[in-house]
Design a protein around this ligand. Structure first.
Ligand code: GLU
Length: 423
């Protein structure tokens, strides 16, 4: 049977698996309730292009569950965005916020577009148009968007401005990961990678791996990949390979994450890591290569469905800490579990972003600014706590890591729903 790769189907399979273990007497009703979003809005976004023609883009906002608080989650700009993908990602946000124990539900947005093909003016028009179109269903107490794939603090500034103009006040709390000048939080820029690195560090302890000298391979060198590499490197690990869409670079003596990042953004003729001079070996066109290397820790930091039933057996690492959303399919999970690989699943390992988004929202609402040390300390605490909650559930229920994380998250959401009389 071909493996199911529709992210929404995967999200439902994972939920069902967790409910089967939790085994509530009404588990079917719980599944029926949690397998659909509370609301999904589809919008048409007309944009006047630089050549004078009007193009209409399609955007979505999926609001999965609000039992524990306002919907929270990023907005993705990507040509492959689909309704199903957005729904799945919004479900994952519900679990991510619950596992991190922050007072939010889950939401996610997306626009079908390749933003790299837009001018800055077109990108601004698209961003303002999207936010106007969803403005009735978002708000600081309702739904709080943030960045995701190919969206950034500048786009958040446009979102915030558009909403503030519409509602006639400075609604700082309506989006997070804003630029610092507009009261984004210190530390937000590296928060996802920092969290992924802390998760990997905790998992390494359980696996008996000493981080000093531990070898790490990273698939994807965007914000999350780069900062995960940077922190693990700071803590003594050796980054032996990184990749991006153009391929993989390898150096067994260790790459310097800052230099590679500087190269990719400011020096590379290809805007890629691939032509980085200090590499021993290159795998042009193979961005998956790091996933299957003989290293201690692997960090998938690209897109979904990278480790599948077909290739999971080739994984050699003892620890996987998922910076990307959905990089491992359910079939792959089973295989990796049998092999004894410790997986910090996406919604545990990449929660750093949304955790600091929460801190930003708290600061905005209180009109105060925390120090970077305070942000980092609180972030680290949240990731360590969620790792250990997951580890406890794993031991108690004797399940794989992802299911353990699901059990903690789903149970928190279900308890809130029961108390509110929704179930
Ligand atoms: N897009 C990020 C995520 O998937 C961040 C979401 C947020 O900060 O709300 O977790």
């Amino acid at each position: 049977m071909p493996e199911v790769l529709d992210p929404y189907e995967i999200a439902k399979i994972q939920l069902k698996k967790a409910l089967d273990v939790l085994n509530y007497p009404d588990k079917e009703s719980v599944f029926n309730r949690l397998s659909v979003p509370e609301r999904i809005l589809e919008v048409a976004i007309p944009v006047k292009m630089d050549d004078g023609t009007i193009k209409v883009f399609t955007g979505y906002r999926s609001q999965h569950n609000s039992a524990r608080g306002p919907y929270k989650g990023g907005v993705r700009y990507h040509p492959n965005v689909s309704k199903h993908e957005v729904i799945a990602l919004s479900m994952w946000m519900t679990w991510k916020c619950a596992l991190a124990d922050i007072p939010y539900g889950g939401g996610k947005g997306g626009v079908i577009v390749d933003p790299r093909k837009l001018s800055r003016r077109e990108l601004e028009q698209l961003s303002r148009g999207y936010f106007r179109a969803i403005s009735r269903i978002v708000g600081p107490d309702i739904d709080i968007p943030a960045p995701d794939v190919y969206t950034d603090p500048q786009i958040m500034a446009w979102f915030f401005d558009e909403y503030s103009k519409l509602y006639g006040y400075n609604a700082f709390g309506v989006v997070t990961a804003k630029p610092l000048e507009l009261f984004g939080s210190l530390g937000r820029i590296y928060s996802t990678g920092y969290g992924t690195a802390v998760a990997a560090r905790e998992a390494a302890k359980v696996a008996g791996i000493n981080l000093q000298g531990a070898t790490v391979a990273i698939q994807g060198y965007g914000n999350a990949g780069y900062y995960t590499a940077k922190f693990l490197h700071e803590w003594g690990a050796k980054i032996v390979a990184v990749s991006d869409t153009k391929g993989t670079i390898i150096n067994r003596n260790g790459l310097d994450p800052d230099k590679v990042n500087e190269w990719k953004h400011n020096k590379s003729a290809k805007r890629s890591v691939i032509d980085y001079p200090d590499a021993e070996e290159r795998k042009e066109g193979d961005s998956k290569y790091p996933l299957f290397m003989d290293v201690d820790i692997v960090i998938p930091a690209a897109l979904e469905n990278q480790i599948t039933g077909e290739n999971a057996d080739n994984v050699k690492a003892k620890v996987i800490s998922e910076a990307a959303n959905g990089p491992t399919t359910p079939e792959a999970d089973e295989i990796l579990n049998k092999k004894g690989v410790i997986i910090c699943p996406d919604f545990q390992a990449n929660a750093g972003g949304v955790i600091v988004s929460y801190f930003e929202w708290v600061q905005n609402r209180e009109g105060i600014i925390w120090t970077e040390e305070e942000v980092r300390r609180r972030l680290e605490e949240k990731i360590v706590n969620s790792f250990h909650a997951m580890y406890e559930a794993k031991q108690k229920y004797n399940v794989d890591w992802r299911t353990a994380a699901y059990i903690v998250a789903v149970d928190r959401v279900v308890k809130a729903m029961r108390l509110r009389g929704w179930l």
